[in-house]
Unconditional design. Structure first.
Length: 522
């Protein structure tokens, strides 16, 4: 707990505004906040991963195809006291008529959050212990998981290489830029995968995502870096925005560096685009999560001076933490229409009918749901069941064990976890002792102030993960962050970008960044 927690919001934000207006003070405060959360848990390498049942081996230290873990496995005694999975799922589901909305978080936030986290939280569908992640923030959402996939998504027009343009494949529809379509209509009228994209996704993931789609749904899918890039309205929106941003940067570089090859244009635009995302994550996304206007700043080279400057490795605890299904309301508005949120899934037709401009405006003008128990909408029950099942298979330690691991005091009673007496009684019936509460349930049961988005442990873990993930990116290293890597134009673009709204305004018909935000604009 800090002094901020004891001050009224009406005082805190103006004080933070003063810090933000003074560059030296802003950077100093930002570094102190980052250091606090980055050091909340011991630095990598972690001794454990899902490769073993909670003991250290060479494989747990080196084989990143297995998902990492912060703490070793819980005991069989602890596991035996856990309630049935379906009772836990029931605890998480939203009852009809009991929807609770966020105070100031817009629907644009979960659109971005899912798209962002799904790029590195990639559980192997054939083995829960493993992952298919690059363990990095690398915009694989639009560039693909490796160089072979990237080549499929790039334009390759013209020879010699200097005549190439460094663009991602795209098309104009009604004068606006979108990704290339993934499928085309075959001779029999059915949707078939275009030959250029035959190996863009592996067979298992392709079938898992596309087998249940109709031909008409397939024909509206875009060729993007990840197989689930067309699965939700938010994913399609964010992929479109960052594809447009890459191509805008590539065209700028082509204009000012006519002597560059297409490869240099492409790679430089890609480098710039990734750093723009890094800045948005810290200075917009995490800043909004914090509950106050804390002036966070991405400072290149900062992490190199810290003992947490280590290679990133996604942990199962974070895979589970980011299942923020409660942020999705029961319905959402597009224009004057109220639409069931279940229709956000496989919604490319709706996306094309609506367009980027209206979608981001409308998303900013309506509230998201709230993170917590009893907040998951009914249409996501199967997803929540998979989440609980993954947590149980991973044999995680208790909620209190994770509080201690992240430098927080353990709770001694249920009324410390929640002020809702009905919920506290329900949890006591299910778990008996506060020390028996499992990680996932404790995270969602945590009380939090009206100005906040989540409880203390969850906020600490999100900030820890974000800072140690973003600031260890190689593009932010001292030897790399310079004009040679990004160009003079790229350095200017990076300096001028602090929020998602900056990217939106450059790639849509919206002219004012104040129209769109993670903060509710109603």
């Amino acid at each position: 707990m800090s002094i901020i927690d004891f001050l009224p919001e009406s005082i805190v934000n103006p004080v933070l505004g003063v810090f933000e207006s003074i560059p030296f003070a802003r950077r100093l405060l930002s570094q102190q906040v980052i250091k606090k959360f980055a050091t909340a848990a011991p630095p990598r390498p972690r001794p454990f991963s899902l490769a073993t049942d909670g003991y250290t081996s060479w494989q747990t230290l080196t084989d990143t195809t297995f998902t990492g873990r912060h703490l070793p496995s819980s005991t069989k005694e602890f596991q035996s006291k856990l309630p049935e999975e379906q009772r836990v799922v029931d605890l998480m589901m939203r009852d009809d008529g009991e929807e609770r909305l966020a105070r100031d978080t817009s629907l644009l936030f979960p659109f971005f959050a899912q798209w962002f986290t799904d790029s590195f939280l990639r559980t192997d569908p054939s083995d829960y212990r493993k992952n298919q992640s690059n363990h990095a923030i690398d915009l694989c959402q639009i560039y693909g998981m490796d160089s072979t996939k990237t080549e499929m998504l790039r334009t390759k027009r013209g020879r010699p290489p200097k005549s190439q343009n460094g663009l991602l494949k795209s098309q104009l529809i009604d004068g606006e830029e979108y990704g290339e379509f993934l499928f085309e209509r075959g001779e029999g009228g059915n949707a078939i995968l275009k030959k250029e994209f035959l190996t863009l996704y592996d067979e298992v993931n392709f079938k898992r995502v596309f087998d249940d789609l109709t031909d008409e749904q397939r024909l509206r899918c875009f060729a993007v870096g990840l197989e689930h890039g067309n699965s939700t309205l938010g994913n399609v929106l964010m992929n479109t925005l960052f594809l447009r941003e890459h191509n805008r940067l590539a065209r700028l570089l082509k204009k000012t560096h006519s002597d560059w090859s297409g490869d240099q244009i492409f790679e430089t635009a890609r480098n710039i685009n990734i750093v723009l995302l890094l800045k948005i994550v810290v200075q917009d996304y995490v800043r909004h999560i914090s509950g106050f206007d804390v002036p966070l700043e991405v400072t290149p080279g900062l992490a190199e001076e810290e003992d947490w400057y280590r290679t990133n490795w996604i942990a199962v605890e974070f895979n589970l933490l980011y299942r923020w299904h409660g942020l999705i309301p029961n319905s959402f508005r597009l224009g004057t229409d109220s639409i069931n949120s279940a229709l956000m899934v496989n919604a490319n037709e709706l996306f094309m009918e609506t367009g980027v401009d209206q979608l981001v405006r409308d998303a900013s003008k309506q509230k998201a749901g709230r993170i917590g128990l009893g907040q998951t909408p009914a249409f996501l029950r199967a997803v929540k069941e998979k989440t609980v099942r993954l947590a149980r298979k991973s044999n995680l330690k208790s909620y209190n064990d994770y509080r201690k691991h992240f430098s927080l005091d353990a709770f001694t009673d249920f009324d410390q976890l929640t002020s809702d007496s009905k919920l506290a009684k329900q949890l006591k019936t299910l778990y008996g002792s506060i020390d028996n509460v499992e990680y996932l349930v404790g995270l969602l049961a945590e009380d939090y102030a009206d100005r906040e988005m989540m409880g203390e442990l969850q906020l600490t873990m999100v900030a820890h993960d974000a800072f140690t993930h973003v600031l260890t990116n190689p593009l932010l290293a001292k030897r790399v962050f310079n004009k040679k890597t990004f160009s003079s134009e790229g350095m200017s673009e990076i300096a001028d970008t602090n929020t998602l709204a900056d990217v939106i305004v450059r790639n849509s018909g919206i002219a004012d960044t104040r129209e769109v935000s993670f903060k509710f604009k109603g």
